[in-house]
Design a protein around this ligand. Sequence first.
Ligand SMILES: [Mg+2]
Length: 209
Amino acid sequence: MKKVISFDLDGTIVDGVYGNMVWLEGVPARYARRYSMPLEDAKKAVKKEYDSIGEAHLLWYDIDYWLKRFDLHVPIPELLDCYIDHIQLLPFALDAICALKERYTLVIASNAARIFVEKELAHTGLAPAFSRVISATSDFRMVKKQEAFFLRLCSTLGVSPAEIVHVGDHAVFDVEVPLSVGIDAYHYNPGGEGNGRTIQDLRGLLDLI
Ligand SMILES: [Mg+2]
């Protein structure tokens, strides 16, 4: 008996452009101003610094760390608010969530830092639909959704792996990994190749579980 549906956020419920705007446009724009250089040069410099830490490190996800490292004196809420118009729901995500929340407890399980997740949920008006929001990096200090992440998610929610369903757009971190710990998982892959675990549209979950 399924009780909980866990959703990835970026690429599954929202399109993920927002994070790119903050990291790859917003931060470089302020860096360019701070060090009086052309924007294109600032983009290259900032990207090189990001790459020197790499996505396997928790600091890579930490906007406060980067603003301090670059000596940029911009309040984080102000930086994040500049790009909220780029937060876009993916097709049918709202319909699916409204229907599923009548029958299941819904949670978010994202890799993004909590501050980004909360901004995206608030802007789309979806925050009240989710009873728990978990950021792997901010809350569990884990950089990827690995086996330990999903086991901790279950214990945090007080459910067994058999009682939870996870859905997301990453074939490994949202599907293979949860399946390996006994969590029913589905791959959101609109327009892509499919198998029995692929859904083109989040509304498909209503028929699968
Ligand atoms: Mg994703």
